[in-house]
Ligand binder design. Structure first.
Ligand code: PMP
Length: 415
């Protein structure tokens, strides 16, 4: 089967784009790689790989020590990248951009530091039933330590937040709401502006987990108005080991450090330390310098293609994938929200996702099977695991056809 509307996607030249990604031309035993695990991590364009190589071979020195020319130049490039990231997120003040190792560390930083400063016994923290473990466990731990209560916004059968319950659970006791912008397990795009404005109305702050939104859509933090936003470089075509935490400056400047040591200080005596202002306060130790530069290049790559075009094309892919997979008897899509990013989770009657992915892998179709670090989602839908195809703007309709054909083959094997 092939897409009858293929030409409507003319705004992106996918064949040309694919040539930018060395991994996408990989073949094993003559078979082409069908990479549909972009929710886990994305492939890198050559420009990102080359930029990091150039930095390491021609420009490398440590940053922020200000000792010699090379160091100053590296620091300059590092700080320019921070500005680039601020522009990418639609914010002006680059001091609000903190480089972390990824979404997980960004959320842990806020849970620990914001929690220490602002959460007391009897307070409440709110998350939802669709969070990644990275946006559950830090809050569980912090609530336990601070004597606070964790409240959970439930989700409906389509995998959408039940907003009436959100309204009901919000109160003056709520200190922070930590919600994913897009669910990695269901694909749901949450109504973040509404979530933020309602939280602010009761005096609560909001952290958004942007790990799955930044790859797919324009994120304008000035418009969304959340207090914190976290995402990972390796999911937006950049390197692993680097991520971002955005935080409103008036909050960051009051928050205690998360990691202490070199570079995050103002004055140190053997008795006492005073801390640097943000963002340095939250970047203790030598940062992943090359990865920061690589992330900047990834942002340039996405910006040059146009994130709106990416969004539009991925919506088409999602619609096509949803249609094609829905036509397979015995396949049930988990996560049918009205607003979705290009992620399709599904279960097959009588076949465990681990068997599905193993058989698909024989045809070099790479999808993920498991709980996707979102076990409470699996519990909610009464399934042990799902198979997840997560699509990027470099994926083609033919690859979705290959996935569908692979699934039919799996069904034949297990018939
Ligand atoms: N949140 C969501 C929604 C995710 O999809 C992921 C990665 N699967 C994370 C958080 C954690 O990201 P990382 O492992 O890059 O820290």
């Amino acid at each position: 089967m092939s897409n009858p509307n293929k030409t409507v996607s003319a705004s992106l030249d996918v064949d040309k784009i694919r040539q930018d990604f060395p991994m996408l031309s990989k073949r094993i035993n003559g078979k082409p790689l069908v990479y549909l695990d972009n929710g886990a991590t994305t492939q890198k364009p050559l420009s990102v790989i080359k930029r990091m190589e150039r930095f390491d071979t021609e420009e490398y020195a440590t940053v922020r020590r200000g000792a010699y020319q090379l160091g100053e130049m590296a620091t300059n490039t590092y700080e320019e990248t921070r500005k680039k990231l601020a522009r990418f997120l639609g914010v002006e003040d680059a001091r609000q951009i903190i480089f972390t190792s990824g979404t997980t560390q960004s959320i842990n930083l806020v849970a620990y530091s914001f929690g220490k400063k602002y959460i007391q016994s009897g307070d409440e923290v709110m998350i939802s039933n669709m969070e990644h473990h990275a946006n559950i466990i830090p809050w569980q731990t912090m609530c336990e330590e601070r004597g606070a209560t964790l409240k959970i916004i439930p989700i409906n059968d389509a995998g959408e937040l039940i907003m009436e319950d959100y309204d009901r659970l919000l109160s003056s006791k709520t200190k922070i709401v930590a919600i994913t912008h897009v669910s990695n397990a269901l694909g749901t795009i949450n109504p973040v502006k509404e979530i933020v404005s309602k939280a602010h109305a009761v005096g609560a702050k909001v952290l958004l987990d942007g790990a799955q939104s930044t790859p797919h859509m324009k994120v304008d933090l000035q418009d969304i108005d959340c207090d914190f936003y976290a995402f990972s470089g390796h999911k937006i075509y950049g390197p692993s080991g680097i991520g971002v935490l955005y935080g409103k400056y008036e909050l960051l400047k009051e928050m205690p450090p998360y990691v202490t040591g070199g570079e995050m200080i103002n004055v140190v005596t053997l008795e006492k330390t005073t801390y640097a202002k943000p963002p340095a306060r939250f970047e203790g130790g030598t940062p992943p310098i090359t990865q920061v530069i690589g992330l900047g290049e990834a942002v340039d790559y996405l910006t040059n293609i146009g994130i709106e075009k990416i969004d539009a094309y991925e919506r088409e892919l999602l619609a096509y994938g949803t249609k094609v997979l829905s036509e397979i008897p015995g396949l049930r899509i988990i996560g049918t929200a009205k607003h979705k990013a290009s992620i399709i989770s599904f279960v097959l009657e009588s076949v465990h996702p681990h068997d599905v992915i193993t058989l698909l892998d024989q045809d070099l179709v790479a999808v993920r099977g498991g709980h996707h670090c979102a076990q409470p989602v699996m519990t909610r839908f009464c399934v042990p695991a799902t198979t997840r195809a997560s699509m990027s703007f470099y994926n083609k309709y033919e690859e979705i056809d290959a996935l569908a054909a692979g699934i039919r083959k799996v069904q034949e094997v297990f018939a």
